[in-house]
Design a binder for this molecule. Structure first.
Ligand code: KIV
Length: 291
């Protein structure tokens, strides 16, 4: 595929997509082969989400994910990407102590890991100050409102946000405030489709929905969910386009069966000595066996 088929995605080009009504395709990825597949499929934005804690590292939620883990995985993803815009997710407690520490952590995604932007959850007044500080430090920021998984202990469970007028109004105000603070896009997670459409219509920056209906400027899903490769609970908003758990599970079972019955490796999957070598070596082995 020629580079010109899918030109390099930039923050201005995402905004242009919104202006022209072209939908933005986003997906998470967490390592080199995943990112290569996602990039080659023409996805515009790759988020190295802290969801990696749950789908890759086996944590019960995203809280334990560390900066080191995020940087390690973001580096692997950017090595595979020339066209897609890669966004690194700021993990819990990487932006909670001070603006200075937030900027230092966020800058690692750009300087060490090669990402083009970071994502940060929430839009409290303190969070908005951080967004302004990051943008001031030339670090593009994608906001994230609605269901914010790092707030799991405050919310108590992962559920749709903004179902009542008060919370819907708050989410709309938060999205607008993120735009005013300089965010280049905002993720709307698990909110009613009507609210997401309203938010999308009231912003100049793109909205990227996940469980937020079709009225957003773009959509994002978790790589493992899309491919039927997740181990945990699958939310209603996920459409699975493949069943990798079955495909991989069956391949591994067939391999195990072949090894156990001696059917693998066979001759076709083994190396052999050249014919001459076999003849030269055989007498020596016979001689060695003589007393
Ligand atoms: O961590 C993640 O994958 C995310 C997306 C679900 C938006 O935040």
């Amino acid at each position: 595929m020629a580079d010109t088929d899918f030109p390099k995605v930039t923050i201005p080009s995402l905004r242009a997509k919104k202006a022209s009504g072209e939908r933005i395709v986003a997906l998470t990825a967490y390592d080199f082969p995943q990112a290569a597949l996602v990039e080659q499929a023409g996805v515009d934005l790759i988020l190295v989400g802290d969801s990696l804690g749950m789908v890759v590292l086996g944590y019960p939620n995203t809280i334990p994910v560390t900066m080191e883990e995020m940087i390690h995985h973001t580096k692997a993803v950017t090595r595979a990407c020339r066209r897609a815009l890669v966004v690194g997710d700021m993990p819990y407690f990487s932006f909670h102590l001070s603006a200075e520490e937030t900027i230092r952590n966020a800058s690692r995604f750009l300087k060490e890991a090669g990402a083009s932007a970071v994502k940060i959850e929430g839009a409290s007044p303190a969070r908005l100050r951080l967004v302004r500080a990051l943008v001031e430090a030339e670090i593009p920021v994608m906001g994230h409102v609605g269901l914010t998984p790092q707030s799991i202990h405050r919310f108590g469970q992962y559920k749709v946000r903004g179902k009542d007028a008060a919370e819907a109004g708050r989410i709309l105000r938060e999205a607008r405030a993120l735009e005013a603070a300089g965010a280049f896009a905002v993720v709307l997670e698990c909110v009613p489709a009507e609210l997401a459409r309203r938010v999308t219509g009231s912003l100049k920056i793109p909205t990227i929905g996940i469980g937020a209906g079709p009225g957003c400027d773009g959509q994002i899903l978790v790589f493992h969910d899309l491919l039927g490769f997740s181990t945990g609970y699958l939310p209603k908003f996920v459409r699975t386009y493949a069943n990798l758990r079955d495909v991989i599970g069956s391949a591994v079972r067939r391999y195990a069966e072949d090894v156990r019955k001696g059917a693998f490796p066979d001759d076709a999957h083994s190396y052999h000595l050249p014919k001459g070598e076999v003849r030269q070596r055989s007498p020596k082995r016979k001689a060695a066996r003589k007393p």
